[in-house]
Design a protein around this ligand. Structure first.
Ligand code: ATP
Length: 638
C-alpha cells in the first residue's frame, strides 16, 4: 500500500464502544464465528457488485471473477479476508465501520445485564457482524476501494477496538475489501491453514462465492521445489454452490443450519425450515426458516425484515419485505425467482403482479410449515409459539384469506388443563365440546390467575364446559377479528346474556326464571341504589360460589381493548356494566333482608366493587371502597 493522505482519527459511536466491549468479554466462548461473519460480509459485497454491474458492466474493471481469499501469516500472526466485491468509499467506511446503523441499538444495549450467558444470547439475537473481528484481533486493518472509483481513492481504516479508529486515503489497485486481523496473544491458532480450512468448510461451505486459499505443501516437504510450486497454487475450499439450488436430498441438517446463520446473522439456530422448488407459471425456489429465538427488534415495526431476493441466481436485494405479510416478519430466508426481471428495484417490485403471486404462495408455505410443525413436533412448536405467538395473533386482522389456517395455529391456556404452560389448539377444544354446546367460550384478562379464577367461569366449571383463558394484550383485539372456527362462533364469557345452548336443561331454565321472579324486588332496590354505576341489574346464571359479577353488554369494549385505546390516547366511549347477582349466595340473601336503606346502599356498593375487583378491574374510587369496607368491619367487630 502506498503513502497515506488525509489521515484522521475518529471516535466510535458510543453504541459501537459498548458493543465492542461486550463482544470481547462475552462472546469469547464462540470466538471462531468472526470468520463466518467476515466471509458473509465479503460474499454480500460480491453479490452487491454483481447486482450493480447488471446496469453498469464497467464496475467489474475487467475482473468478473468474483471470489473471496482467506490468507494467513503464521509469523506475523495475521489472518486476512479479501474480496473483490463492491468495496467502500471513505464515507461508507466512516458510516459502516464507525457506527451501528440499526434502529433500536441503544435500547437493545440497555437491556444487557452483565450476566454473560444472558448477554451472549441477547447479542446473538442482535448480530455483531464486522465488529466480531475484535474477538480475536487486537488490531484490525481494512483496505478498501469502491468499485468504479479511482485507484487513488482507496481507504485504509485501522483500529485497536478501543474507542477510536484512524482513516486515511491510500492507493488500492484492486477494487473490494481486504481485512487484516492482527491476532491477539493466545489466538495464534487461527493463523493456521488447517484450522482456517476447517472453519471455512464448517461455516461457509454453502455460499455461492468461492472461498479460495493457497494450497498447502504436504507435510515434511518444505524444501522441495515441487512443494513450493504447490503452495503457489490456489484452491477453492468451499463447495461454492448456493445451497438452495441443490437438491433437498443432498443437503444435511447441519448445512441448512449453517446457511441459516449466514443469511440471518443470528447466533441461535433455526427451529425448522422449508425448501421448495416450484415449476410452472410461477417458477421459484424458496428456502424459508423459522428462527428459534425472537430477534431483539421483533416489536419494532420499522425494523428491517424480509427475505433475500435472488432472480435467476443473482442476488438482488436484502430485506425484500414484499414477499411475506407483517405477521410473518420473523421468517428468514431466500426466494429465487425466475419470473421477475433482473433489473427490478423496490419500486418496480411493488407493481409487479408476480410479486403478489409469490407473496401468497410463500405465505401459504410458511403457514403450512408451521401447521406441520404443530402436528409433528409439539415441543418445537411450543418454542415457536413462545417466541412468535403474539406476532401470529396479528394474522387474523391482517390476512383475511388465510384466516382459517392462522386460526389453527393459535394456542391458548384453557380450563381443561388448569396450568398456564399447557396450551390447547382450537381443534382440540372443538373435539372436546359437549353435546349441545354451540360456542367456543373464552375469557380475556390481564394475567392467568385473574382469568382462571374469574367468577364468570363458575358455571362453566360446574357443567364441565371448557373455557379458553386469554391473557395477552393482543387477545381481545384479535378476537374482534375472529368470528368462528369450524362453524362455531366465539363467545366472550363476560359479555352479553349467557347462552349455554342445549347444555342448559329445560328444568334449569325453569328454575332460572323462577329465581329471577323471586328476586324482583331486590333487583329493583339495587337498580335504584346503583343507578349511576350500572346499566342493568339481573339475576345471574353464571355464578355458583360468588355473590355477584359484572357483565359487559355484547358489543362493549373489554378492559384490555380499553387500556390499549387509552394508552394510544384515543377517546373511549364510557359504558356501564350489567350487575348480575346470585340470590343463592348468603351475602345476597342477607342483603335482601337489610331493612336499613343506607346500610343496604353501602353493602350494595361493596359487593359491586368486589365484583369489579374479582374480574381484574381497577376501581374508580378505591379509597371509597376501603372506607366502606372498614366501616363494615368495625360494625362487625362491635
Ligand atoms: N467486505 C465488505 N465489503 C463491503 N462492505 C462491507 C464489507 N464488510 C462490511 N461492509 C459494510 O459494513 C456494513 C456493516 O457491516 P456489519 O457486518 O457490521 O453489519 P451488517 O452486515 O450490515 O449486519 P449484520 O449485523 O447482520 O452482520 C455492511 O452493511 C456493509 O455495508
Amino acid at each position: 500500500m502506498s503513502t497515506e493522505t488525509q489521515k484522521e482519527t475518529l471516535g466510535f459511536q458510543t453504541e459501537v464502544k459498548q458493543l465492542l466491549n461486550l463482544m470481547i468479554h462475552s462472546l469469547y466462548s464462540n470466538k471462531e464465528i468472526f470468520l463466518r461473519e467476515l466471509i458473509s460480509n465479503a460474499s454480500d459485497a460480491a453479490e452487491k457488485l454483481r447486482f450493480e454491474a447488471l446496469s453498469n458492466g464497467e464496475l467489474y474493471e475487467n475482473d468478473g471473477d468474483l471470489k473471496i481469499h482467506v490468507k494467513y501469516d503464521e509469523t506475523a500472526k495475521t489472518v486476512t479476508i479479501e474480496d473483490n466485491g463492491i468495496g467502500m468509499s471513505r464515507d461508507d467506511v466512516v458510516d459502516h465501520l464507525g457506527t451501528i446503523a440499526k434502529s433500536g441499538t441503544a435500547n437493545f444495549l440497555s437491556q444487557l445485564t452483565g450476566d454473560k450467558a444472558k448477554d451472549n444470547q441477547l447479542i446473538g439475537q442482535f448480530g455483531v457482524g464486522f465488529y466480531s473481528a475484535f474477538i480475536v484481533a487486537n488490531q484490525v486493518d481494512v483496505y478498501t476501494r469502491r468499485a468504479g472509483a479511482d485507484v487513488a481513492e482507496g481507504v485504509h481504516w485501522s483500529s485497536k477496538g478501543e474507542g477510536e479508529f484512524t482513516i486515511a486515503t491510500v492507493e488500492k489497485a484492486g477494487r473490494g475489501t481486504q481485512i487484516v486481523l492482527h491476532l491477539k496473544d493466545g489466538e495464534e491458532e487461527f493463523a493456521n491453514g488447517q484450522r482456517l480450512r476447517t472453519l471455512v468448510r464448517k461455516y461457509s461451505d454453502h455460499i455461492s462465492m468461492p472461498v479460495v486459499m493457497q494450497k498447502e505443501a504436504p507435510l515434511g516437504s518444505e524444501d522441495d521445489e515441487e512443494a513450493q510450486a504447490v503452495v503457489e497454487e490456489e484452491e477453492t475450499v468451499n463447495s461454492a454452490t448456493a445451497l438452495w439450488t441443490r437438491n433437498k436430498g443432498d443437503i444435511s441438517d447441519e448445512e441448512y443450519g449453517e446457511f441459516y446463520k449466514h443469511i440471518s446473522h443470528d447466533f441461535g439456530d433455526a427451529l425448522t425450515w422449508g425448501h421448495n422448488r416450484v415449476e410452472g407459471n410461477l417458477e421459484y425456489t424458496s428456502l424459508l426458516y423459522v428462527p428459534e429465538n425472537a430477534p431483539y427488534d421483533l416489536w419494532n415495526r420499522e425494523a428491517p425484515r424480509g427475505l433475500k431476493l435472488y432472480i435467476q441466481r443473482v442476488f438482488i436485494m436484502d430485506q425484500a419485505d414484499q414477499f411475506l405479510p407483517l405477521y410473518l416478519r420473523f421468517i428468514k430466508g431466500v426466494v429465487d425467482s425466475n419470473n421477475l426481471s433482473l433489473n427490478v428495484s423496490r419500486e418496480i417490485l411493488q407493481q409487479d403482479p408476480s410479486v403478489d403471486k409469490l407473496r401468497s404462495a410463500l405465505t401459504k408455505r410458511v403457514l403450512d410449515m408451521l401447521t406441520k410443525l404443530g402436528k409433528n413436533d409439539p415441543e418445537k412448536y411450543r418454542k415457536f409459539w413462545n417466541a412468535f405467538g403474539s406476532v401470529i395473533k396479528e394474522g387474523p386482522a391482517e390476512d383475511y384469506t388465510n384466516r382459517d389456517k392462522i386460526t389453527k395455529l393459535l394456542r391458548f391456556a384453557s380450563t381443561h388443563e388448569d396450568n398456564p404452560d399447557t396450551l390447547v389448539s382450537l381443534e382440540e377444544y372443538v373435539s372436546r365440546m359437549q353435546e349441545g354446546q354451540e360456542k367456543i367460550y373464552y375469557i380475556t384478562a390481564e394475567n392467568y390467575n385473574t382469568a382462571k379464577n374469574s367468577p364468570h367461569l363458575e358455571i362453566f366449571r360446574k357443567k364441565g364446559i371448557e373455557v379458553l383463558l386469554m391473557t395477552e394484550r393482543v387477545d381481545e383485539w384479535m378476537m374482534s377479528h375472529l368470528f368462528d372456527f369450524d362453524g362455531k362462533s366465539f363467545q366472550d364469557v363476560t359479555k352479553g346474556e349467557l347462552e349455554l345452548g342445549d347444555a342448559d336443561s329445560e328444568e334449569e331454565k325453569k328454575a332460572q326464571e323462577e329465581a329471577a321472579k323471586e328476586a324482583e324486588s331486590l333487583v329493583e332496590r339495587l337498580k335504584e341504589r346503583l343507578e349511576e354505576r350500572v346499566s342493568e341489574v339481573r339475576v345471574t346464571h353464571r355464578l355458583t360460589d360468588s355473590p355477584a359479577c359484572l357483565v359487559l353488554n355484547a358489543y362493549d369494549m373489554g378492559a384490555q381493548m380499553r387500556q390499549i385505546m387509552e394508552a394510544a390516547g384515543q377517546a373511549v366511549p364510557s359504558s356501564k356494566p350489567i350487575f348480575e347477582i346470585n340470590p343463592e349466595h348468603p351475602l345476597i340473601a342477607k342483603l335482601d333482608q337489610e331493612p336499613d336503606e343506607d346500610r343496604f346502599g353501602e353493602l350494595a356498593q361493596i359487593i359491586f366493587d368486589q365484583a369489579d375487583l374479582a374480574a381484574g378491574g381497577r376501581l374508580e374510587d378505591p379509597a371509597a371502597y376501603v372506607a366502606r369496607l372498614n366501616k363494615l368491619l368495625l360494625e362487625l367487630s362491635q
